[in-house]
Design a protein. Structure first.
Length: 285
């Protein structure tokens, strides 16, 4: 009988029709958030993270839009999404099972400096967000399982350090600064205003005045720059703050009010659409 690896067994195992999420944090890795999940119908709304979003599919397929490009991914593919990059995701015909980690930029920089023995002068980034690298995807799954199974801190840390260093060595790059044009400056002003005033009910007229553009021009330019509308960006700012407050143990009802949502149901719907979890599942108790 032919031997089958853990990765091959995971790919061959049929997907359950029940959606399942396992979420935890790794205290020894700067509180890095980790997710193992099966999604059959859940669709992620466009959203971004303050951290990197790194993962791989074990079984099935997902269709995602990143940087305005829409493509399907499956076993052997990697997600290497930089902080602040908007993306969404919907299940393919069967749904999908995948594993994700959300390392802070400071953690990835620390790992790379430890591995290379030199100080990085710039922030690490990935130039491609979805790519096929079956050996590295398999290594990622193994490292992720060591975290989930709690096999031991040293083994888990070594595994994730090794795989993250390999990802950057094969697919990493330096962050390039965009050319500063008038439109880019105007859109950045609108973006910064949303970041600072996300608790308020910001209107399009107000935002266009801040940017110095017409309302239609602002929407077009904002979408071109960030691949989402100003309203979607505002909602994402609220969700990011909600994540921070929930990590501190705040009650979901209080977080909904603090972050500018109309009510808790509205908050819960938007939170799950962007994280795959309810606020209660995400909250640190």
């Amino acid at each position: 009988m032919q031997n089958v690896s853990q990765e091959q067994a995971a790919e061959m195992m049929p997907l359950s029709q029940v959606e399942r999420t396992v979420f935890w944090r790794e205290p020894g890795l700067m509180g890095m958030e980790c997710l193992s999940a099966t999604f059959v119908t859940h669709a992620f709304a466009p959203h971004a993270h303050d951290t990197f979003s790194i993962g791989a599919i074990e079984h099935g397929s997902q269709i995602a839009t990143i940087r305005g490009s829409r493509e399907a991914s499956g076993p052997g593919d990697l997600y290497l999404i930089n902080p602040g990059e908007f993306h969404d995701g919907v299940p393919g015909s069967e749904g999908y099972r995948y594993r994700m980690i959300y390392p802070d930029a400071a953690l990835l920089r620390e790992i790379l400096e430890d591995v290379t023995g030199r100080t990085l002068q710039s922030s690490p980034a990935f130039s491609r967000q979805i790519l096929h690298d079956a050996p590295l995807a398999a290594a990622f799954h193994r490292a992720h399982r060591t975290l989930e199974m709690r096999v031991g801190a040293l083994e888990a840390d070594e595994s994730i350090y090794t795989v993250l260093a390999a990802m950057f060595q094969r697919h990493g790059s330096l962050i390039l600064q965009p050319i500063d044009t008038r439109e880019a400056t105007a859109v950045a002003q609108a973006r910064d205003y949303l970041r600072e005033h996300f608790r308020q009910d910001v209107g399009l007229v107000e935002l266009a005045r801040i940017a110095g553009l017409s309302r239609a021009h602002l929407i077009r330019a904002f979408r071109r720059a960030y691949h989402v509308t100003p309203h979607a960006y505002l909602t994402d700012c609220r969700i990011r703050e909600a994540r921070r407050l929930l990590r501190l143990g705040a009650a979901p009802s209080a977080v909904a009010f603090e972050c500018g949502f109309a009510d808790q149901a509205h908050f819960t719907r938007h939170f799950k659409a962007r994280t795959g979890l309810t606020p209660g599942q995400f909250r640190v108790r």
